[in-house]
Design a protein around this ligand. Sequence first.
Ligand code: GLN
Length: 450
Amino acid sequence: MSSYIHEFESKVKPKDYYDKVYEELSKVNSRLNAFNVIIKPEQDGVPLSIKDNICVKGVESTASSKILRGYIPPFNATVVDRIFKTKRFSFLGKTNMDEFGFGSFGINCSKPARNPLDEDRVAGGSSSGAAIATALLKYHVAIAESTGGSISSPAAFCGVIGFTPTYSVISRYGLIDYANSLDKIGVMARSADDIRIMLDITKGKDPRDPTSTNTKITDLHHKKLVVIDELLDKVDDKIMSQFNMFIDKLKGLGYTVENISLKEIELSIPAYYLIAMAEASTNLAKFTGFKYGFKAEDFSKPYNDFFTEAREEFGTEAKRRIILGTFIRSASVRDKYYSKSLIIRGELIDRLSKILKDAFIISPTMPILPPKISEADSMSPVQNYAADILTIPANLCGLPHISFPYSYSGSLPLSAQIVGSQFNDYGVISFASEWEKNFKYKFKYNIGEI
Ligand code: GLN
């Protein structure tokens, strides 16, 4: 059976099932920091985790930021409402992440996330907790979010499947925004079929998110795969030799593989970070110590001191993005940076859409193996941003993509990413589903096995 959701639903659970899952998970969590809040499920159903930047009514939702400590949303995000309405899932808690989604390694938060396959290493980010939870629990799905690669990166590093839909397919209402024109809510799971089930439940127009849509989602199975040479130039040699073997396997399964050159793809990193920071700096302006979460208490202070005290709660990366984002939007440089980035995004959408008319784009998901936490800590911001080169193009262009493991290097997974044309979301899921039949995934943990 390839759906863990269906398998779980067909099994008889021991009476103390959820107590045991809760207990075991809490124990591992104290080392790995997958969850910010763990909740003992109150109803029968498949264990479900939700990234901490997606609002769940009555449960602290902080996006792993100190400035949102104590923020308890009075409403559910649309995606949460749609899932809860099915009564097929039991909510297990809010997963850890890089603060507000700012990061690729899960270390820009108060409790750095650890990779369950090698605890000295990072779990990827920003949806680190979602990936760890998926790697820990036998029966479970994770609702996560990606702006520039936050689903693919941790899914790849933790050896699970991570799906990011076409921009606008899943409502963003109730998401604590990072960058509105880039954010996508998506899913992580242990099987592609489970991802399909979750997409069916969560997709579609929501009157509360004007960018959401009912556009028909296709399931086109292309047999042509395109490799963009400039992307592979950035990949670690050890990963490349394994990836080439994977490509040979795919050829054996009837796929054709074409290498192309697309120089402009390298502009996707600067264009993405300029747009993302500009949008982030406006989104973070609402966190002032008044309305949400952290409350500054001394109202007798001068204006600047009052807001400085509240905004001191932001972490280093958030502060960096507020400063750079505000600069990028300022009148004197707006055309030079922000407007140019929008032009680059438009141009890339055109180029990639042409390539994807009759093909998928394939690459490794990450250019490096998960670094040690200490190594990631000492990387410069630019080195950090460069690690996103393979995940950013699809995210910048709002294209559906899926990351899945294709091999292992020792205990660490090696993962590939398939990108599809706009609204061919089922197509990329089907690709991962086909691959699953040819490859045995290894899971070190199986918490909740029945
Ligand atoms: N690493 C990228 C960033 O920091 C992407 C993170 C994300 O998708 N939220 O912006």
